[in-house]
Design a protein around this ligand. Structure first.
Ligand code: GLC
Length: 648
């Protein structure tokens, strides 16, 4: 749509900055004009069409242009390469790992010295948990940011981060960092100025002199950490005001009704883009817009803000994809990919949190029906967007999928969730899991689950009991869970430690700044002596590491497991076996997973339902050929066995 005023406004800035619109900067110019109307209308949607707001819009345009000007030639080239590849991030060739720099190996420089470890494993994408300055002691694992642009000295310096990023690029690795959009630390300069009474900075946050509004908000806002941080407001002595703190009392929620806050944070987003971030993890986007009388989660304005960010990034730093960390109800997660005109134009990625939790559900029950009942929702993901697939991350496992999904499988939702909580916290008789309940809310009966992949899969207990057959079963469970998420379509991200079967680390209990948050049990402090075992045959570390390595290798070979809307679920002829088919051009891979601790059989008829029955099926996992049998015959899967069968 031609908008004379808007295009004149943009042209004036471009001219002033001597942007070569017909030459070297032509792609940038084209992108800007293509997205200008969207940027304009999204901005107006939030901040109004009021002349007073014009200076803000002007600043927005300036910021986009400046971000482009400051983008290095190397990054611009990388943008162009990514654009030429099409949707670069849908590829089967990327496998990620998420880690705490300090807990993994100490510092950013040291991490740069250890890139051969990732090469050996096959990981070519790193998510570094927050590395920007946060207070010592309590900082919610760095998610209470005190300075968005200063690397915390615990990890090193900004130069170290840039050095690491350069090394990673030389190795063709990708980098993901967080932008903690929803809040700052109470030690951030903005919060400090607000505490000193500066009204401009008090407007950066939600601060109230009395309980009137806080009480109204609290009526409808759920609590995120009901045990360790009940309520959504914290009394601030210095100002005599209540501050909105949805997460912890030291994390102050930013007020995005104030356009200055938006522009400041957009500036930080561009700062990260120009550091060379390939995927930006937008922390807790569901929370960024607040309105009394609502849950203050997933509000339409939060989506508008994300769309605005996306269109601006698309113009200035098109090679940076956005991940919306929305761990919310299944239907709500899907909306972060964009809806209506903005379908596939909001977040490029979302966490496949629904599926992650459902895999755990299937593992505990040995029944895949709840997982299948959710797929009609999950499969709505638009082409061009993708999932972060994972079995574990630094956070807890929420059982936030819908009750109807549980009912559909014939279970009572309340009883079913109670069983899962008992199973994973190890209370349930015979459960091999060693986890713990996190954020128990007696008012709602909700609870989430903490614990490492290995401990939840039984390895901690098995090792403790020196029970070799139990060790074997636990390793089989770990690999089943990983394989299921590696081949599903999306970018698999391994949580550090899980690639060697690290069990829970209880040392957090000795640290006052962590002991109240049991998520730290699955955020291990790595002992590299233990990592040496990855080369010692027979050790659990070796078994898990070498198998994970092989899974990644197989993934890299099979184009069909890239994420091109090329997934079909197989008919559940046997409720214990999950089966999905991945196809790309002539390639057809049947991925089958037995979630049960007993052998399970699948009718060969299942292979008749997606075109002709293949002459033979080659299992990439065992390097073994299968000949499909008659319809009345069965394919046998051992306890927790999985098969990656390519049709031939
Ligand atoms: C995200 C992070 C989580 C943190 C929260 C608040 O959900 O993953 O660890 O506690 O945001 O920043």
């Amino acid at each position: 749509m031609y908008n004379h005023r808007l295009h004149q406004q943009i042209n004036a800035v471009l001219q002033k900055e001597q942007i070569d619109i017909g030459g070297a900067d032509n792609h940038f110019f084209t992108r800007f004009i293509a997205n200008a109307t969207a940027i304009d209308s999204l901005f107006q949607e939030i901040y109004g069409r009021d002349d007073n707001r014009d200076p803000f819009f002007d600043r927005l345009i300036q910021q986009v242009v400046q971000a482009y000007i400051q983008r290095s030639r190397r990054l611009r080239e990388r943008d162009a390469e990514k654009a030429a590849k099409g949707h670069w991030f849908l590829s089967n060739e990327i496998t990620g790992m998420s880690l705490y720099v300090d807990r993994f190996c100490g510092s950013l420089t040291e991490l740069g010295n250890r890139l051969d470890y990732f090469r050996k494993l096959g990981v070519n994408f790193l998510h570094l948990m927050p590395v920007f300055e946060s207070p010592e002691g309590e900082s919610d694992g760095g998610y209470a940011v005190a300075d968005f642009r200063k690397v915390d000295k615990r990890f090193g310096t900004l130069e170290d981060l840039l050095g690491l990023q350069e090394k990673m690029q030389e190795e063709n690795m990708y980098l993901m960092l967080d932008i903690v959009l929803n809040h700052t630390s109470d030690q951030h300069e903005w919060a400090k100025k607000a505490k000193q009474g500066d009204p401009d900075y008090q407007d950066y946050f939600y601060m109230y002199a009395d309980r009137q509004l806080p009480d109204r908000f609290d009526q409808t806002m759920p609590e995120i950490f009901p045990e360790s941080a009940p309520g959504n407001f914290t009394w601030n002595e210095e100002t005599g005001k209540w501050v909105m703190t949805v997460f912890h009392r030291y994390q102050w929620d930013l007020n995005y009704t104030n356009p200055t806050v938006f522009l400041e944070m957009l500036g930080n987003i561009f700062f990260y883009a120009n550091l060379g971030v390939d995927i930006l993890r937008i922390d807790a986007p569901a929370f960024i817009w607040k309105q009394a009388g609502t849950t203050c989660q997933n509000l339409p304005q939060a989506h508008t803000l994300l769309r605005l960010i996306k269109q601006c990034v698309e113009v200035a730093a098109p090679g940076m994809a956005l991940l919306g960390e929305a761990i919310v109800a299944p239907k709500e997660i899907m909306k972060y990919f964009g809806t209506g005109l903005y379908t596939a134009k909001e977040c490029d990625f979302a966490y496949n949190a629904t599926h992650m939790a459902l895999q755990w559900d299937a593992l505990a029950t040995g029944d895949t029906r709840v997982m299948l009942a959710a797929q009609h929702e999950i499969m709505q993901k638009p082409f061009g967007t993708s999932w972060i697939n994972y079995t574990r991350c630094h956070d807890d496992i929420g059982l936030g999928y819908d009750d109807y999904m549980i009912r559909h499988a014939g279970y009572d939702p309340r009883e079913h969730r109670r069983f899962l909580k008992d199973y994973f916290s190890g209370i349930y008789a015979g459960s091999p899991a060693r986890g713990a309940l996190f954020s128990v809310n007696p008012k709602t009966n909700d609870a989430r689950i903490s614990g490492s992949l290995a401990s939840l899969c039984g390895l901690e207990k098995a090792i403790g009991e020196q029970n070799e057959s139990a060790v074997q079963l636990s390793v089989a469970r770990i690999l089943l869970m990983q394989a299921h998420s590696f081949f599903l379509g999306g970018l698999p991200v391994i949580f550090y430690g899980d690639e060697v079967g690290y069990t829970n680390d209880y040392s957090y209990l000795q640290d006052d700044s962590k002991s109240y948050d049991n998520r730290w049990m699955h955020r291990p402090l790595i002992d590299w002596e233990k990592y040496r075992n990855i080369d010692k045959e027979g050790t659990p570390e070796h078994r898990v590491f070498s198998a994970t390595q092989r899974l990644i290798r197989i993934r890299k070979k099979l184009v069909a497991v890239g994420d091109y809307k090329n997934l079909a679920w197989m008919t559940p002829h046997n409720i214990h076996i999950a089966g999905y088919l991945r196809t790309f051009e002539d390639q057809k891979i049947y991925c089958l997973f037995n979630f049960r601790d007993q052998p399970s059989r699948l009718t060969w008829f299942a292979f008749r339902e997606h075109g002709a029955v293949p002459d033979s099926l080659y299992d990439h996992w065992q390097d073994k050929e299968y000949e499909p049998g008659q319809d009345h015959e069965y394919l046998l899967l051992e306890p927790y066995q999985f098969l990656l069968l390519e049709a031939r």
